[in-house]
Design a protein around this ligand. Structure first.
Ligand code: NAD
Length: 502
């Protein structure tokens, strides 16, 4: 089926963008509100730095009010005690509304993050709707247990919503990362207070309004836009928040755990950064396919992906042809106007991120890696941060570009001679989000998959994805899992009810 939206021209999207007036309010207790002290922050477009909106800058008092509203809705049972059939209907309507507003949501996401409109249309919005729909359908698919206690007792193990969940999300996939929280949090019957990134708050605000329109009771889904050290910290420190679900950097993840310890020992789950190894063996028969996946695995979303295959480990005997093929694919990804449906590589989220990535490119050069492709900022006159797809060859595992999360379109290529060596280099990181192995040897593939310390291991593919499988990492990539039925573990309490039958 042809996506009608993609048949539209860049001029169509530019015109729509010029007419768009984004909602810039917080959403608390079912109402669009200013922050209590009236403070706002400028939400800038990643495309050209233009101001899109002055968004409510929530502080601790706004967070208090959102948490109070979430708690009241939960205590009244407005949502938690609705019949499962009714909860499902509301969430399905919510998913339908997301799809119906595909153009508006995609445009907001592209303006706010710089990602190509074709990706917002084809990936972000549909995946968000699919996620909400999947959890809507899961509402009545999760069963409790009867424990095998023996004949003198009946012990029931049931799941209950934890209560009020605080969600703090990043800017790289603002809508989708939020949806991975919203879906299971609401399906389990909780109330939610969502703090979007200050760099990309617009779609979260719109999603909450659509949820209300779908019939979600007031107070069940609140949005508090604002800065991390104010709104985010207040949420994570709040004594009446039962669980905090976080996606973002490992550095902020550490703080979130401290805040939980300093307050009420709320449950914490963390989806943090990564430095994932993508290992290509010399027996893999289709170099072009592996190269295309390696390029997509680092350049999609301008490289701003937690699971990016940022370390490409290539068997020394195929390094040259592999590099050539990747460069061929990468050269087609010319940075362009994100509003043009032909653009494959857009802008980085903002100037700060652009400077950070350029700093890493500089460090690769000074530490002695060979710049094989790209490395330059382009389209600077637009006011946006556009960086060419960049490949460093001859990277040594000790270099910063091999150890630290760049979060930009920068690939580090490292050679190896045996799979054991590759696995050792792959595991030589404090992260553990994703990893991949390309080989036709099924035994070697399984052995490597077992040895790689990562939450997701791909064999002969990269970044394969489905809502049915858990997403999350080992070690400093965090703990807890988004997606799949396992996400309910984060948002439900297990209750044992013991009935004496003696
Ligand atoms: P970040 O840690 O700077 O910010 C994430 C969120 O935390 C934002 O909403 C921010 O406002 C908030 N925050 C910042 N300081 C805070 C504080 N002191 N207290 C409470 N909240 C605070 O991360 P980012 O730059 O927005 O996102 C990029 C990071 O996210 C990368 O490291 C990336 O790997 C990671 N990420 C991980 C996953 C995953 O599923 N593992 C997915 C997407 C992104």
């Amino acid at each position: 089926m042809v996506d009608i939206s993609l048949l539209r021209t860049a001029d169509f999207w530019r015109q729509r963008a010029s007419e768009l007036v984004p909602d810039s309010h917080a959403l608390i207790d079912g109402k669009r509100v200013e922050s209590i002290d009236g403070a706002t922050f400028d939400c800038l477009s990643s495309i050209d730095g233009r101001r899109l909106a002055a968004v409510a800058a929530c502080a601790a008092s706004d967070v208090d009010s959102a948490v109070a509203s979430a708690r009241a809705a939960f205590s009244r049972g407005d949502w938690a005690e609705q019949s499962l059939a009714d909860r499902k209907k509301v969430l399905l309507r919510f998913a339908d509304l997301i799809e119906r507003h595909v153009d508006e949501l995609a445009l907001l996401e592209t303006l706010d993050t710089g990602k190509p409109i074709r990706d917002s249309l084809q990936v972000d919005v549909p995946s968000t709707a699919r996620c909400i729909r999947w959890y809507a359908e899961a509402v009545d698919k999760v069963y409790g247990e009867v424990a095998p206690t023996g004949s003198d007792a009946l012990a029931l193990v049931t799941r209950e919503p934890v209560g009020v969940v605080g969600a703090i999300v990043p800017w790289n996939f603002p809508m989708l990362m939020a949806a991975w929280k919203i879906g299971p949090v609401l399906a389990a019957g909780n109330s939610l207070v969502l703090k979007p990134s200050e760099k990309s708050p617009l779609t979260a605000i719109r999603l909450a309004a659509l949820a209300l329109e779908a019939g979600l009771p007031a107070g069940v889904f609140n949005v508090v836009p604002g800065f991390g050290p104010t709104a985010g910290k207040a949420l994570a420190l709040h004594h009446d928040v039962d669980a905090i679900t976080f996606t973002g950097s490992t550095a902020t993840g550490r703080l979130i755990m401290q805040y939980a310890g300093q307050s009420n020992l709320k449950r914490v789950s963390l989806e943090c950064g990564g430095k994932s190894p993508n290992i290509v063996m010399d027996d893999y028969p289709d170099i072009a396919r592996a190269a295309r996946a390696a390029a997509a695995g680092i350049f999609f979303n301008q490289g701003q992906m937690c699971s990016a295959g940022s370390r490409l480990l290539v068997h020394s005997s195929i390094r040259e042809p592999m590099l050539e093929q990747i460069a061929r694919f990468a050269q087609r990804m010319v940075p362009g106007d994100p509003l043009d449906p032909d653009t494959r590589l857009g802008a980085l989220v903002d100037e700060e991120q652009t400077q950070k990535v350029l700093g890493y490119i500089e460090s690769g050069r000074t530490e002695g890696a060979r710049l094989a492709l790209g490395g330059r900022r382009v389209r600077e006159q637009t006011g946006g941060g556009y960086i060419e797809p960049t490949i460093f060859d001859g990277v040594r595992p000790a270099m910063r570009i091999a150890r630290e999360e760049v979060f930009g379109p920068v690939l580090s290529v490292i050679g190896f001679d045996t799979l054991e060596e590759a696995v050792r280099i792959g595991n030589d990181t404090h992260y553990g989000l994703a990893a991949a192995v390309w080989t036709r040897d099924i035994t070697a593939a399984h052995r490597a998959a077992r040895s790689l310390r990562a939450g997701m291991v791909y064999i002969n593919c990269y970044d394969a994805d489905d809502i049915t499988v858990p997403f999350g990492g080992y070690r400093e990539s965090g703990f807890g899992r988004d997606k799949s039925l396992h996400a309910f573990d984060k948002y439900t309490e297990l209750k044992t009810t013991w009935i004496d039958l003696s």
